[in-house]
Design a protein around this ligand. Structure first.
Ligand SMILES: NC(=O)c1ccc[n+]([C@@H]2O[C@H](COP(=O)([O-])OP(=O)(O)OC[C@H]3O[C@@H](n4cnc5c(N)ncnc54)[C@H](OP(=O)(O)O)[C@@H]3O)[C@@H](O)[C@H]2O)c1
Length: 331
């Protein structure tokens, strides 16, 4: 079926300025880490992307290794773009990354110029694009000088392969150094992509301050802690959940533990009192920082995309609500 985007797509979405740049991003971004790969239904992925764009989500986040198999999310996204969204390329912010293992040998991962440039060229081919909007160093490389990794990002922007440069999971200190190097090169660091949710708050310990001072935007990934910060695991592990479906999918030590579920049960009551679902309160909570440009969600169903966007209807927290959340998380 032919896809025509909704005329209302810009009516309700909130857009936030990315740091001190000229670029605005939707407060909710859709990531294609899972559910868009070769093992997944292309039609379901296509429906989620259509619905997202119809709701004003202009930003889609990818990486070389998303799938599985690695690369297949970019291939599928390329198919969907070619079929449905080609005419709307200038309304889209498409990002990709390199850092994790993508091909065998010493040039298939980490942060060398050799790997980053080759990987982005592969990503562009898979997606059928001339350029991505944002290209990230996916993780800091302890064995490559920051100057080389960031010099590669500067080259990538200057050569027209990307419009902006970003970094992901860099520590506060590495971020400060990266910002200085990129500024000297004349390609400012647009954005940092760290993990951030109620169960993983490391960015509150210095990173947000650095981003604020340097004028770098922030897009927090896994705001739902991969689905744990929703009502889905409150009674059991459903068969169609990430925890049940994807062996080893839960990274960063995430697990559907009794302790976490007990907390989510209490948080869920507060969410209901706010007139929100648990997922919506978790997204709103991530977006409570002025420095947070966008909440980078994942989804396996169209309804999850809709639920996430509706979180933007209530982003305000009273001091009392924030204190209640702190008390529950500290238990
Ligand atoms: N930079 C990095 O190193 C890095 C690392 C990881 C991710 N990321 C980015 O961040 C994006 C999001 O990561 P994530 O998928 O972990 O994010 P998330 O939003 O924390 O989790 C998404 C998952 O939660 C479940 N879910 C979503 N909405 C729900 C709802 N309303 N009710 C019940 N369950 C719901 C779905 O899983 P089910 O299958 O259970 O339905 C969905 O796939 C990725 O796609 C990627 O772009 C970046």
């Amino acid at each position: 079926m032919h896809y025509l985007p909704a005329n209302t797509r810009y009516d309700n979405m909130t857009y936030r300025r990315c740091g001190r740049s000229g670029l605005q991003l939707p407060a909710v971004t859709l990531g294609l880490w899972y559910n868009f790969g070769g093992v997944d239904s292309l039609e379901n992925g296509r429906s989620m992307i259509h619905r997202a764009f119809d709701l004003g989500i202009t930003h889609f986040d990818l990486a070389n290794n998303y799938g599985p198999p690695p690369g297949s999310a970019e291939e599928n996204f390329g198919r969907i773009l070619a079929k449905d969204l080609k005419r709307y390329r200038d309304e889209l912010i498409i990002s990709s990354k390199a850092g994790y293992r993508m091909w065998p040998g010493p040039y298939g991962e980490w942060g060398s110029r050799k790997y980053l440039v080759a990987s982005l060229d592969q990503s562009l081919k898979r997606m059928g694009l001339e350029y991505v909007d944002i290209f990230y160093s996916h993780r800091p490389d302890p064995n490559t000088p920051l100057e080389e990794t960031l010099g590669a990002l500067d080259f990538i922007v200057r050569s027209g392969r990307a419009l902006y440069a970003g970094i992901s999971t860099y520590s506060p200190e590495q971020t400060r150094q990266a910002a200085a190097i990129l500024r000297d090169l004349g390609t400012p660091c647009l954005i940092h992509q760290p993990r951030y949710n109620m169960f993983d708050r490391w960015i509150e310990d210095g990173l947000l301050d650095v981003l604020d001072e340097e004028g770098i935007g922030c897009i927090g990934f896994s705001p739902l802690c991969q689905g744990i910060l929703t009502d889905k695991y409150l009674n059991a592990v459903p068969e169609d959940s990430r925890a049940a479906k994807i062996d080893g999918a839960f990274h960063w030590g995430d697990s559907v533990s009794a302790d976490r579920i007990a907390k989510v049960r209490q948080l869920n009551q507060l969410a209901q009192a706010r007139g929100q679902t648990m997922a919506q309160m978790a997204i709103a909570w991530v977006l409570r920082h002025d420095t947070m440009t966008s909440a980078l969600i994942g989804a396996s169903k169209v309804s999850q995309v809709e639920e996430a966007v509706a979180a933007l209807d209530n982003l305000a927290f009273s001091d009392e609500e924030l204190a209640t959340i702190e008390a529950i998380l500290a238990e």
